[in-house]
Design a binder for this molecule. Structure first.
Ligand code: MSP
Length: 503
């Protein structure tokens, strides 16, 4: 079985999880589920990035120890992922003992081989982003990533020799044109960060202590990004007694990351791996942000709602569908409740829900729910069946390019064509003539087959709805193409998605 290792970023448990965090996780989940459906041995990992100055500060503000503080938020994150049906195989916490040990071993190894050395750091630091900056990188004197104040840091520190690996990194980009996607993000890395020259990276801090101690110099804690990036291999047992998962799943097939952290994943991370002499991930995909009213989502801007509120109001699959369908993967997209409702009414209720409801109701009305193929053929049906049969390969082509929204669009095109097939074949007229009974039954059979194939293809995206549809048509046939000889005994139809009254 071919393996597939996919990761989301590990989240800072420092703020409330919002719909933007869900976005990335839902997309990764859909890809993981899709690959499983295609027979891959998938390892899908998410988790939490729990160290650093930012978390220490937040914990202090709440009068808690950092560990007490993160434990609560991590439990909340796991609850949210469960509500969203996120099918991760592993949830890593950077406070896990085996992760800590792995980071310490890596730090020591890089130090012993001369890639980490001790020096003095003088420069600027952005605590919310846990990022070091130089004066020239600032925008209007502020952090170029988040626009907040930076402050001067001057402390003894360990440095990692990024500069030594610059040429090798550029060569790697050239030889692996698919490593960074979308392509615009690769150009940004080359032009903004690599061409001006990589500086050695400060990889330890002494001014706070909520981090992984450097084993041979314990007033230092490991820089949070070196700690965090290591999660992708520590979870697989790298440098531990049992590294069988590392041997099996590494290199990662896909790291999904937001656009602002592409730089960590495509510059620092590959260089760490080069220094460790292990393979580099096959692909890093930098997606865009979900924004609200043109801006970032945050409690202080007043545009924040707990994602569970949307799920309670509209259902988990409506939220998943919106995240997957609304925004082409890679671009920024606006999130609003109106847009969510419009997707529910337009696609989920009108196209999908209506088709299933109409078809099953006719099945009961005309044949007591017992439907089989009576072999009737005409041009309209032939074309319709052909479109069902072509769907699997079209979806595969889109998913291989991570064009998730287009993959869903294609499935919905067939659902739309199914509604049109009803309008074109007019079952209610066929039903008036007893001699057309076989034709009528075949039309309904073709429709149910279309629903069955689409429900199976929708599983990675809308797992609960797919299951519900397959239950309604009473089928456990997972084949992804039109089958001639199924026999259906339909259950009663149930409403899949209620139309939402915008008022
Ligand atoms: N802890 C680091 C990642 C370390 S990975 C080795 C981090 N955490 S984060 O919680 O700030 O962000 C996690 C992910 O959520 C990032 O990929 C970020 O881009 C994504 N998002 C945060 N807000 C978002 C939106 N509004 N929209 C889409 N994704 C967003 O960065």
């Amino acid at each position: 079985m071919e393996k597939y290792y996919i990761t989301t970023p590990i989240y800072y448990p420092s703020a409330n999880f919002h719909i933007g965090h869900c976005y990335c996780t839902i997309v990764s989940d859909a890809i993981a589920r899709y690959k499983r459906m295609k027979g891959f041995d998938v390892f899908f990992q998410t988790g939490t990035d729990e160290h650093g100055q930012k978390i220490q500060k937040k914990a202090e503000e709440c009068g808690k120890t950092p560990k007490e503080y993160v434990d609560e938020i991590v439990a909340d994150a796991q609850d949210l992922w469960k509500t969203l049906n996120i099918s991760y195989d592993n949830f890593i916490r950077t406070t896990d003992e085996d992760h800590i040990e792995c980071v310490q071993k890596i730090f020591k190894k890089l130090y012993d081989q001369g890639d980490i050395y001790k020096g003095e750091y003088k420069g600027l630091y952005c605590t919310p982003c846990e990022s070091f900056w130089t004066e020239s990188q600032l925008v209007d004197g502020k952090c170029p990533d988040c626009g907040r104040d930076v402050y001067e840091v001057s402390e003894e520190a360990y440095f990692f020799k990024l500069s030594k690996y610059q040429d090798r990194l550029v060569k790697y980009y050239e030889e692996h044109p698919d490593f960074i996607e979308p392509i615009s993000r690769k150009n940004e890395m080359l032009n903004n960060f690599i061409k001006p020259g990589l500086e050695d990276l400060c990889v330890s801090r002494t001014s706070f202590d909520w981090g992984i101690p450097v084993t041979f110099d314990d007033k230092h804690v490991v820089y949070v990004w070196l700690d965090a990036l290591t999660n992708y291999i520590s979870s697989l047992g790298y440098l531990s007694e049992d590294d069988s998962n590392f041997k099996k799943y590494w290199p990662a097939d896909l790291h999904i990351v937001g656009k602002e952290i592409v730089r960590f994943h495509t510059i620092i991370w590959p260089i760490i791996l080069m220094a460790l002499d292990i393979d580099i991930p096959k692909k890093v995909f930098g997606h865009g942000w979900l924004i609200v009213n043109g801006g970032k989502i945050s409690k202080s801007l007043g545009n924040y709602k707990d994602p569970r509120e949307y799920i309670e109001s509209y259902g988990v699959d409506a939220v998943r569908y919106f995240a997957l369908r609304e925004v082409p993967f890679g671009s920024d997209g606006n999130f609003s409740e109106e847009a969510l409702i419009s997707r529910i009414n337009g696609d989920l209720a009108n196209i999908l829900g209506n088709l299933v409801q109409r078809t099953i109701s006719m099945g009961h009305k005309y044949f007591d729910g017992k439907i089989e193929n009576k072999g009737f053929e005409d041009e309209i049906s032939k074309n319709f069946i052909e479109s069902i049969d072509n769907l699997e390969s079209i979806v595969e082509e889109k998913m291989d390019k991570l064009e998730i929204s287009s993959a869903l669009e294609e499935i919905f095109n067939v659902l739309r064509a199914s509604n049109k097939y009803i309008d074109d074949t007019t079952p209610w007229i066929l039903a008036k003539d007893e001699s057309l009974s076989d034709q009528l039954q075949t039309v309904l059979y073709n429709l149910i087959e279309s629903i069955r194939v689409c429900a199976n293809l929708l599983k990675p995206y809308l797992p609960t709805t797919s299951e519900n549809i397959l239950k309604q048509i009473n089928s456990n046939d997972e084949r992804l193409s039109f089958v001639n000889n199924n026999k259906y005994e339909l259950n009663q139809p149930e409403i899949l998605f209620k139309r939402i009254d915008v008022k």
